[in-house]
Design a protein. Structure first.
Length: 116
């Protein structure tokens, strides 16, 4: 599902002391895509794109496994393109979608399925 209007941020931190050195925010479009222009080279920094907020009241919790993604924002590693891609990010729904129990039954052994 594509989420329009989610706020995302790129943060770059000093690799030695983890102090925040740079950040820029953006918002997803109608396709769930975001494009962020980053100024400068961040060779000596650790940079992540991370979720900030969701526009949906029933989908506001960032999935711990998909709340952020590291991105390399330097040209000193041989990359010549200006485009850099992050892994998919996502929020969790407050309630499972109606088809989730059937999907779980299909992929998990019966003794591992617990519905709340």
């Amino acid at each position: 599902m594509c989420l329009s209007g989610a706020r995302v941020r790129i943060e770059c931190k000093d690799k030695n002391n983890l102090n925040l050195k740079y950040f820029v925010d953006s918002e997803t479009d109608s396709t769930g895509t975001y494009n962020i222009h980053v100024d400068g080279d961040h060779q000596d920094q650790i940079c992540y794109v991370k979720l900030l907020t969701s526009p949906l009241a029933d989908c506001k919790t960032a999935d711990p496994g998909r709340a952020s993604s590291q991105v390399i924002l330097t040209r000193s590693n041989g990359v010549v393109l200006n485009l850099h891609f992050a892994n998919a990010l996502g929020f969790l729904k407050n309630r499972p979608l109606t088809f989730c129990p059937e999907l779980l039954k299909k992929y998990l052994p019966q003794n591992e399925i617990k519905f709340i």
